[in-house]
Design a protein. Structure first.
Length: 277
């Protein structure tokens, strides 16, 4: 890293690293300089000594496996630019199937919507962007996570209501038209074999008991009381949990149960309509 022009640093990595590492260094250089790729390629700016020190620190964190989103404190999701830190799960492209399915299923008619376990606010804020007529509540047990949601609400000039609560314990019956959740669904036994940067993410947002299904079951059960009759529940789950989650929906009086595939053609979301007898 003796050269101080941006492209010379990036090109040195191209010669010695894989494609993923090259993409990471390019993003880190742009982040340190506060520029986009067009300016990077057009101007090939020079990194100051201070820039180089910061870049070295960021690269060391990345080499230790820390996710890029935590280093830069930002990630794109849907059509938003989100702030993230280690208090929240990093939003994944797979979760965008939740947003897409809901937008394609419901028009702009006013509805009451709950984003349960909101984390960074990715789902609820994406819906608020596309459906400003909806009354959206973003709820989380973690107060620190809600501070991240607030930051993202202000950053993207959106308006939702924030609630600090443990799942559905704070809501009155027959209130919401739609409940959405990306809850913890990784089996506790997987703690020992975390990889791909998951060890840096908050455990409270990842792990659940009973083969990863404990929180899902609790949410489905409580949603059957909080939703209006014929209201809808959407839950993201693990790649191998779709059959079990569908059975949980059925047990708690949900009908029209559907499985929705993610960008990798894997069943990732289960939805159903409450049908009280």
């Amino acid at each position: 890293m003796s050269e101080t022009s941006a492209l010379s640093i990036i090109n040195s990595f191209k010669r010695s690293s894989d494609k993923g590492a090259t993409e990471d260094i390019e993003l880190l250089v742009m982040h340190v300089l506060g520029i986009d790729r067009n300016i990077l390629l057009r101007d090939n700016p020079i990194l100051s000594k201070r820039n180089m020190i910061q870049l070295k620190q960021f690269m060391e964190r990345r080499e230790r496996g820390e996710p890029l989103a935590y280093i830069t404190n930002e990630i794109g999701f849907w059509n938003l630019n989100l702030y993230v830190n280690s208090d929240v799960l990093i939003p994944r492209p797979e979760t965008e199937v939740l947003v897409d399915k809901i937008l394609n299923s419901f028009n702009s008619k006013r509805r009451r919507v709950l984003d349960l376990g909101t984390g960074s606010g990715a789902i609820g804020l994406s819906l608020a962007k596309e459906r400003p007529e909806w009354e959206i509540i973003c709820s989380d047990l973690s107060f620190d996570a809600l501070k991240v949601t607030l930051e993202n609400m202000e950053r993207n000039s959106l308006r939702v209501n924030l609630v600090n609560a443990n799942w559905l314990s704070s809501y009155k019956k027959n209130y919401f038209d739609i409940i959405i959740s990306n809850p913890p669904y990784v089996d506790l036994s997987s703690k020992r074999v975390l990889s791909n940067g998951l060890e840096f993410e908050p455990e409270i947002a990842l792990f659940s008991e009973s083969q990863g299904l404990s929180d899902i079951k609790k949410i489905v059960q409580e949603s059957s009381k909080i939703l209006v009759n014929e209201g809808y529940l959407f839950i993201e789950h693990g790649f191998d949990q779709s059959d079990e989650v569908s059975l949980i929906f059925e047990h708690f009086q949900f009908s029209q149960i559907e499985k929705h595939k993610d960008i990798h053609d894997i069943n990732r979301v289960c939805s159903g309509r409450l049908n009280r007898c």
